[in-house]
Design a protein around this ligand. Structure first.
Ligand SMILES: Nc1ncnc2c1ncn2[C@@H]1O[C@H](COP(=O)(O)OP(=O)(O)OP(=O)(O)O)[C@@H](O)[C@H]1O
Length: 315
């Protein structure tokens, strides 16, 4: 695997007044991925982004952006990052073109009308380039925020709650825009408190709660775990070990030997094949043939929501 594009090490942030908003954060962001940072209100998402972007100073720890320390080499590090904030701030009477063009200048980059044209076209803002921001729809305004953040050709784009408070249609539109950006080679980090959004968009998901990263995992791996379902058989008599006759099912014993647990892929139980359903029938037949008697059975399945709630509750 190539060097991470962002490396965050042992990062702490204590605000004036003593509140610790980030606790010993270690996090690598891989080149070209979409990383979703998921967490409840007040978890520390905005603080973490602000520290990585160099807008808020860390109390201790280090952030390296594409090989540049974001303190010692602030300009180099910052120039690689585009930040899409939650809200558009007071440029209501400016035109789209001027706003985006001006943003590029803030990074000390020479004007490049061709780049701005490409960005506006890719975000379908080209026809609106002479419009004042105040005349744009909510969706267009969000696109302008993205265009501003891309004006200086960053390799990394942070989106802070890109779809907070927007309707379903606009949310889908934003997701498409983000996917296209990733295809163009931009690494994307988005914060969200919508589990659905993380599920839909991310290659990897990180969960932050109370200033701590409590989980970082590949979405696919996470979904596989979530997609798994368990069948528990409550036995009449507890067992010391799983009978050899049942070895093929890879069963586990739980509750001091009084429960036999079978874990399977829930996504395969439905549909025409019903592969797992027939395995379960075979398992039950084999359990009976092995002379085991069970008094009850139940199944359970967790969702991303459950895992998230558990993670957040535990702390
Ligand atoms: N300037 C500040 N001074 C003191 N405390 C702050 C400051 N900024 C944020 N905090 C506190 O730090 C914690 C994390 O805030 P942060 O905005 O990073 O959370 P968040 O995960 O982005 O939340 P949200 O989803 O609500 O935007 C909160 O408890 C907040 O009150």
């Amino acid at each position: 695997m190539s060097e991470p594009i962002i490396r965050v090490s042992a990062l702490n942030k204590i605000y004036e007044g003593g509140f610790q908003a980030l606790k010993q954060i270690d996090l690598d962001i891989q080149r070209g991925e979409i990383f979703a940072l998921l967490g409840p209100n007040g978890a520390g998402k905005t603080t973490l982004i602000s520290v990585i972007c160099g807008l808020v100073n860390a109390t201790s720890g280090q952030v390296v952006v594409d090989g540049f320390d974001n303190q010692a080499d602030y300009r180099e590090a910052r120039s690689r990052i585009g930040l899409v904030p939650q809200e558009l701030t007071n440029e209501a009477f400016e035109t789209v073109w001027n706003t985006v063009n001006f943003s590029r200048g803030l990074f000390g980059k020479p004007p490049d009308p061709e780049h701005i044209e490409r960005v506006l076209k890719s975000l379908t803002l080209w026809d609106k380039r002479h419009n004042r921001l105040i005349t744009l729809s909510g969706g267009m305004k969000r696109r302008v925020l993205i265009a501003k953040a891309l004006s200086h050709e960053p390799r990394i784009l942070f989106l802070d709650e890109p779809t907070a408070g927007v309707d379903v249609g606009l949310r889908r539109e934003m997701w498409d825009v983000v996917r296209q950006l990733r295809e163009s080679g931009v690494t994307i980090i988005l914060t969200t408190h919508y589990i659905e959004e993380a599920e839909e968009m991310a290659d990897r998901i990180g969960v932050i709660n109370n200033g701590e990263i409590v989980l970082v995992e590949d979405k696919a791996a996470l979904m596989r775990k979530l997609g798994s379902k368990q069948l528990a058989l409550h036995l009449h008599e507890p067992l010391d070990s799983v009978p050899l006759a049942l070895a093929a099912y890879d069963l586990q014993l739980a509750a001091n030997g009084s429960e036999l647990i079978y874990t399977y892929d829930a996504s395969r139980t439905g549909g025409a094949e019903g592969q797992e359903s027939s395995t379960i029938s075979a398992l039950l037949a084999d359990v009976e043939a092995a002379g085991l008697v069970f008094k009850d059975l139940h199944t359970r399945q967790s969702s991303l929501e459950d895992i998230f709630v558990d993670l957040v509750k535990e702390r």
